[in-house]
Design a protein around this ligand. Sequence first.
Ligand SMILES: [Fe+2]
Ligand SMILES: [Fe+2]
Length: 201
Amino acid sequence: MQLTVNSLPDFQSETYKDAYSRINAIVIEGEQEAYDNYIQLAAMLPQQKDELIKLSKMENRHMKGFQACGKNLAVTPDMEFAKDFFGRLHSNFQAAAAADKIVTCLLIQSLIIECFAIAAYNIYIPVADDFARKITEGVVKDEYMHLNFGEEWLKANFDESKAELEEANRQNLPIVWKMLNEVERMLRFSPWKRKPLWKIL
Ligand SMILES: [Fe+2]
Ligand SMILES: [Fe+2]
């Protein structure tokens, strides 16, 4: 979707840097979660271990790219804020992994977190500084490439996954909905003067 952006923010202003410290932290933490989750998934799905380890390495590269974006603007990401932001999805994934609930883990990482990331990156790209835009465009290409890992697995195992999938959806969709609304609020009251998120999605 093509977005019209009237004016870009002043990337050096203190207001921008303050807002960016939270946005940057969210994308770093999201990639860190993805990295950790794919490593745990590799242990749960030994047959697909190599592919999952490859994905974890890709997510780790994404995280480093976003850390470079913060450094480039001399912004310190507010990691405490971001850890709290992902807290509930993080605990639900950990609880599911401890109970060997592979369907719930795949739903949280491969569908919810991946789609959240793609939505957030696409919204951010038109208002990013040059350096961050190039990095984020590269990351989005990678995310589209591997998005269907969980989709394919769940499709192939649908009958036996259905009940757990419904329960996991009930638990986790309201959480990610809240996260999206929070990002929307952050963008609306930030130096990015733009349409509310719900008008774009
Ligand atoms: Fe990623
Ligand atoms: Fe990803």
